[in-house]
Design a protein around this ligand. Sequence first.
Ligand code: KIV
Length: 257
Amino acid sequence: MNKFQNLIHKKNKSKIVCLTAYSKNIASILDKHCDIILVGDSLGSVLYNFKSTRDVSLDMMIAHAKSVRMGIKNSLMIVDMPFNTYRNCTEALQNAKKIISTTKCDAVKLEGGIKIISIIRHLIKNKIHVQGHLGLLPQSEKGKFRVKGKKIFEKIKILNDAKLLEKAGVFSIVLECVETSLAKKISQELKIPTIGIGASSHCDGQVLVTDDLIGLNQINAKFVKKYANITKQINSAIIRFKNEVKNKKFPSKKNSY
Ligand code: KIV
């Protein structure tokens, strides 16, 4: 069984664990615990303070993904294709190949359903492994972010998109901010795993932005649970260092040559 079949095999057996990483050190910690490590274009807002993921470039994704690659031995590594890098089949294939050849990642993730289905089909036909992304699509979102699939027309569209993506050959789909009953229906009707973020426990796996869950990125979204307060821990380490420098306790003889 290859990595992708192995992941699909987990459906209805074992929940899939996915987190984001933007650099080697975090990736090497996650690698011991995650099925999937995603180099998400969320790095635009988390690391660069961009208002939108639309400002993230291909070069930025490649630079961070190269660093992440060095920290991964086991997990499946997926890299987001940033905005305006998959506007047509030729552009998408050229950029996907560039991401995979330069970063050695396993797969790419693209946002959208029917609108980009011919592009996704083209990538898969050319042996690129693709993860889908439905529901809230940050690269297309103009207004305030909101839950998707509450309205009946949206429910039907997202469900149809999910079926289209599966038929096209994606190996899994991220469902972002999707209403609970819809996430459940999609997860039940598809054979490939759904990975939820703000999309209920009915998904086959869960993904969060690591910086959010460890309390490094200050975010107050309902779907984020904070499992640590790393900011506080970094702060107290820095205060101790500062005090020891001021009081000439650091470096001691032990730290000197
Ligand atoms: O960019 C990202 O980190 C993502 C996840 C939130 C799914 O797409």
